[in-house]
Write a protein that binds this ligand. Structure first.
Ligand code: SF4
Ligand code: SF4
Ligand code: SF4
Length: 253
């Protein structure tokens, strides 16, 4: 990669929370702007640039059909495409809609939904285009973004955590919620957040998305044995069900 790689930070349908996390990095984000050239970042710059970039970070996912073309266009212009956040990685919060009556959801939000042209199911970006890397989390972890981008700029292969939250949680010496017969999704979920919720006394609710190898059935059996109502488990799984077949199966059983 050349000395100052060109970077674009794009957004499809999203809440902007991942982009705001970047701005929240303050000094660290400014340091990144010294080793990269940020060509596109509409949250803070005018949308004047329409050219190629070395790295495209894309927040959010496709909800309106026209966003499929926008996404394909960004893919064509980018050497490396990074899904930024859980919406981009596998659908995320917007996928809650898929488990409700869609007509009801639309009329609840828009008085006249006739003009809406939305996709049938909410999916991660990799269902439409090749995604080279994913930075998970709702929102992303700012420090992970810094580490990842610095590695890319230095020409190193970036390290993305592929272990469950439980690994970090054990390292942090937390008392396990499962030992207290309470619901925690940590065994299913990609780590990289330093088990922040459990460190603060709250169980993991799954915001970094389900691991490919996660054993949902075993955890569901355990929750059932503990007497945790299915409605509670369903609510948690629905929030980030997105593209994940496992989560969808868990919600719909
Ligand atoms: S991943 Fe979460 S914080 Fe990021 S854009 Fe989606 S909803 Fe917002
Ligand atoms: S509290 Fe949750 S994340 Fe921590 S070890 Fe137990 S199940 Fe895993
Ligand atoms: S502990 Fe779970 S819910 Fe909390 S930030 Fe990490 S992955 Fe997200």
């Amino acid at each position: 990669m050349k000395a100052k790689p060109l970077v674009g930070i794009y957004a499809l349908t999203s809440c902007s929370g991942c982009q705001v996390t970047l701005l929240g990095l303050e000094e660290k984000f400014l340091q990144l702007t010294e080793i990269t050239e940020i060509k596109y970042f509409p949250l803070i710059k005018e949308r004047l640039y329409d050219g190629r970039v070395d790295v495209a970070f894309i927040e959010g996912t496709v909800i309106r059909k026209e966003e499929i073309e926008t996404l394909r266009d960004i893919r064509k212009k980018a050497k490396i495409l990074v899904a930024l956040g859980t919406c981009a990685t596998f659908g995320g919060i917007a996928s809650i809609r898929d488990f409700e009556d869609k007509a009801k959801v639309m009329t609840c939000v828009y008085p006249n939904p006739l003009f809406l042209d939305s996709v049938h199911n909410v999916r991660g970006l990799d269902c439409y285009v090749k995604v080279d890397y994913a930075l998970r989390g709702c929102p992303i972890v700012g420090e992970e973004f810094v580490r990842f981008t610095t590695d890319l700029v230095l020409g190193k292969k970036p390290v993305v955590v592929e272990e469950p939250v439980c690994v970090e949680c054990r390292r942090n010496k937390n008392i396990c919620f499962l030992l207290k017969k309470k619901q925690c999704l940590g065994p299913l979920i990609y780590g990289g957040c330093n088990s922040i919720c459990i460190n603060e006394g709250r169980p993991c609710y799954g915001c970094r998305g389900p691991m490919k190898e996660a054993n949902l059935d075993a955890l569901m059996r355990l929750f059932k044995r503990y007497g945790i109502p299915f409605s509670s488990i369903r609510n948690s799984l629905t929030v980030f069900a997105g593209t994940s077949k496992r989560y969808r199966r868990g919600v719909l059983r």
